[in-house]
Design a binder for this molecule. Sequence first.
Ligand code: AMP
Length: 333
Amino acid sequence: MEKVLSGIRSTGQLHLGNYFGAVRNFVQLQHEKECYFFIANLHALTTHTDPQLLQKSVKDVLVEYIACGLNPDLSAIYIQSDVPEITELYTLLNMLAYKGELEKTASFKEKIKKHQENINAGLLTYPVLMAADILIHRAHKVPVGKDQEQHLEMARNFAVRFNHRYGTDFFPEPYAYNFTGKLVKVPGLDGNGKMGKSEGEGNAIYLRDSDQLITKKIRKAKTDSGPQHENSKKPEEIKNIFSLMELVSTPDTIQYFDETWNNCSIRYGDLKKQLATDMIQFISPIREKIVDLDSDENTLKKIAQQGAEKARISAKATLDGVKDLMGLKSIWK
Ligand code: AMP
């Protein structure tokens, strides 16, 4: 059976970008494939997160996974650091990764611009750890957002390089996946770029946001002065609002506002009000489940333990195979 792997960093709470880029696919795939979904607390360390904050974020993401519909009986849901086989594979894969290719990675170049004061080796080898996350289960499909395309290409390169070096077909080539057939980039509310945790205040809508906060953020979303002539091209910030609508509103609603854009009668106040209503309708049931689960320590602990146990079985099988192939198996009979 095909295997599926994906994870989200525990660097804060989940937003709509995480949901539509990644988690929505997890929920669907768990019924069809052998699935592994994890909380990437080791990846979060590249930014030297405060230890207590890190622990809180791990729990928040776990709660949010379950509230979104992940089922621990269908998929292994685990915390990355609970599966030490991943970091062992990371060490081994580092021997196959070249400094030049790591330095050329777009996310590394972007991060070193933002964090001049903390260009650590973990940041440089981030794609290797990500490849280890994927290859440890010999996964075929990796449901992620569009921003992860290059990292997936690198994971494929490491898999192919390993297979070639050791004369094997041990690792399948993993591919980024979205069930719509197209990788998704959910835009933010500030008019340009993607929705993200580290973008400016008000850019992201979180699954934990209250109805009032959702309304306020959408009301403040960037718009322009309106269409100047019929059937004009939408500028980036207006396209973004329509893209968000496509995630949560009905086709009729979108068609209505499209028409008002095209005939220049659009009122941004109405557009935003409708988007806020539809967004609240979508998010509030998830938020209610989050609130219910937040204090259920026992259930959360059980889910994480059960997930780590399942994940470690698959991880150990891969690591044993890799060590055999690399000449690391015990030399003592
Ligand atoms: P991160 O929060 O960077 O750990 O990302 C976790 C997952 O969410 C990855 O699969 C990302 O590709 C996805 N993701 C994050 N932001 C967005 C976005 N704005 N649109 C689509 N997917 C996203």
